[in-house]
Write a protein that binds this ligand. Structure first.
Ligand code: DUC
Ligand code: ZN
Ligand code: ZN
Length: 483
């Protein structure tokens, strides 16, 4: 007799599809089989039963370096994530200059602790890699924060190549994964100033000010820096075909390089920035939206396995004076917050456009929605349907068709970039550790129910790494030339 049985559904993992009941006890998957009885039962016949989604790139209760706050906090952000089929998420804890690393984590603990309805962790953003901050990183790892993001652009966030090497080196020592926002700061600044000087300030110039080459130069540099010290690195929000190819090539070479792309780069394009007036601001994100040919190339990389992770990059800034228009209704593109919402739509978009249209298999969907992220980011008890795992489960109706509206996002936003889209395949019941969070459109959970998940170090099995001779003490400490 289990606490809960999910009965009669078709289960899918990253490798298999099969019909089975799930028996759940104490929040864990206790057994998979048939004919199970439980104190409670959820009838999943005609439905797909999948691992709950894990959203690993979203900005929640996070202030930018210039002080703007995201519209979503850990309550609204987690509720929206749950409505979108997620049982767990990993937002960012952003260190700003002058802040300590542990002080940053304490701040986010105070924001998340009693607020989230689903389980959560953080990636640490390192914007100030001072000696003190670097010395605090091991304690962050001990607290289960085993990944962090650095920026190669934004004046108040970016680190230089030397600092990048320092961070990669400390991360490698502790089994942490470094994530990078790879864009060339100088190119973007130079292009932006030139455009503004010529009077080109509308949102559409945001895309022009961030040339593809700004991304590809930075990805190439980031991969080179990581390979110099043989440290694992994940390039987040890859938006270009050439950038994706670089990730692919480095992986083929055995380097521990990983890639992420995001929903907006597959489903939206730069013509969305051309909407009348300031409407284009709703579609401003960094890196920016690209063109149709890029979308097609990114799909091929998603299908072919270049990208381990597929995220929303939910960065919720409302289309009003609290967000996008904080510098007034005629602000130049340089003054408009970068980012768009989408945490509730990452999975429905991928299901509808990917699984329902036959571009990816259901198993690939599971890998991209949960399993890969769990493996890469050390969420050891999550991301699959197997005995002993947390009962983080999303039940999907593959036939349900709905029209996207902002009201159905359950976030604190006043727009969705996908308003009016018709999508087929929706999550109808989401559980975290065996507790219903959302069922048939109703919120069933209380803020604070979600627990912090301490994450394990990255497992690099299968990534032999690449040694440069200059850093191989067996060869060159002593200035010997490699044989
Ligand atoms: N980087 C992100 O990851 N999200 C929003 C904007 C940005 O620069
Ligand atoms: Zn970024
Ligand atoms: Zn982001």
């Amino acid at each position: 007799m289990f606490d809960l049985v999910i009965k009669g559904g078709e289960l899918a993992t990253a490798t298999d599809r099969f019909f089975a009941d799930i028996g759940i006890t104490d929040g864990k998957i206790a057994a998979l089989g048939t004919g199970f009885e439980g104190a409670e039962t959820i009838d999943a016949s005609g439905k797909l039963v999948l691992p709950g989604g894990i959203e690993v790139h979203c900005h929640i209760a996070q202030e930018s370096a210039t002080g703007g706050m995201t519209a979503d906090d850990y309550t609204s952000g987690s509720i929206s994530a749950a409505y979108g089929g997620n049982s767990c998420f990993v937002p960012f804890a952003a260190q700003h200059r002058g802040m300590g690393v542990l002080e940053t984590l304490d701040l986010y603990d105070s924001r998340a602790g009693t607020a989230s309805v689903i389980d959560y962790g953080y990636h640490l953003i390192v914007a100030d890699p001072s000696e003190t901050a670097l010395a605090e990183l091991p304690e962050a790892f001990k607290r289960g924060v085993t990944s962090f993001k650095v920026f190669m652009t934004y004046d108040l966030m970016r680190i230089d190549d030397r600092q990048f090497l320092d961070i990669l080196t400390v991360a490698k020592e502790h089994g942490a994964l470094t994530m990078v926002h790879a864009e060339n700061s100088g190119m973007i600044g130079w292009m932006s100033d030139r455009l503004v000087k010529a009077g080109h300030t509308a949102p559409r110039y945001h895309a022009i000010s961030h040339p593809e080459m700004a991304e590809t130069e930075a990805i190439n540099r980031a991969i080179s820096l990581a390979r110099l010290v043989d440290a694992p690195l994940l390039i987040v929000h890859v938006s270009t075909a050439q950038g994706a190819q670089m990730v692919h090539d480095a992986r083929l070479d055995g380097a521990s390089i990983f890639g992420e792309t995001c929903a907006q780069y597959l489903f939206l394009d730069r013509t969305d920035l051309d909407r009348p007036g300031m409407e284009g601001a709703k579609f401003m994100c960094s890196p920016p939206l690209r063109d149709h040919a890029t979308q097609e190339a990114l799909w091929r990389h998603l299908q072919g396995g270049t990208f381990s992770v597929f995220s929303s990059d939910h960065a919720p800034y409302r289309y009003d004076e609290s967000g996008k228009l904080s510098k007034g209704p005629d602000a130049s593109f340089k003054q408009i917050a970068n980012g768009m919402p989408g945490i509730a739509l990452r999975l429905p978009l991928l299901f509808s456009e990917g699984v329902s249209k036959g571009r990816i298999t259901l198993q690939q969907f599971v890998a991209l929605s949960a399993t890969n992220a769990a493996k890469l980011y050390g969420l050891e008890s999550k991301g699959s349907l197997a005995v002993g795992m947390d009962a983080d489960i999303a039940i999907w109706d593959p036939e349900a068709t709905r029209t996207v509206t902002v009201a159905d996002q359950h976030d604190n936003m006043d727009y969705t970039p996908y308003e009016g889209w018709e999508l087929t395949g929706w999550p109808v019941h989401v559980l975290t550790r065996g507790k219903s969070i959302v069922a048939d459109g109703e919120l069933m959970a209380e803020p604070g129910q979600g627990q912090f998940v301490a994450r394990a170090p990255i497992d690099l099995t299968g990534y032999p790494g690449t040694k440069v001779p200059e850093l191989d003490d067996a060869i060159n400490y002593g200035a010997r030339i490699a044989p």
